[in-house]
Design a protein around this ligand. Sequence first.
Ligand code: ZN
Length: 155
Amino acid sequence: MSLTDELYRETILDHYHNPRNRGQLEAPAVKVEGINPLCGDELTLYLTVADGKIDDVKLEAKGCSINMASGSMMSELVHGHSIEEARKVIDTFKQMMLNKNAEIELPEELEDLEALQGVKKYPVRIKCALLPWNTLLEGIETALAGNTTSTVTEK
Ligand code: ZN
């Protein structure tokens, strides 16, 4: 294992063992269930949006370490940020995960996410990494539509 792989592994394990923003938010917060049947990952995301900003975000994730680490990183990166910024991070992350050939250089504030790039070697696990982000996207859409609950299933 190279030094980079080792650092990536450490980052993923850190988020897996010490998940950030873990928990629930009371209604009227938006609540979105994300499911990845291929791996058995489940995630419940809670979100409040105020003044075009993700005011608060909490999540409870079950399943594999990739799903849990990715969810923890996601919550840390979008908490307190504008919806516009959150959409940009979602786009960047999806591009990184779905672009098979290129290693994508991320801006410094997103560097934890690079740890998940190794997952691209295991195509079946890419959905584990994407689930929290697709759930967040659905959460944003749900909040903007004035609704409070929704579900996302990775196919
Ligand atoms: Zn998984």
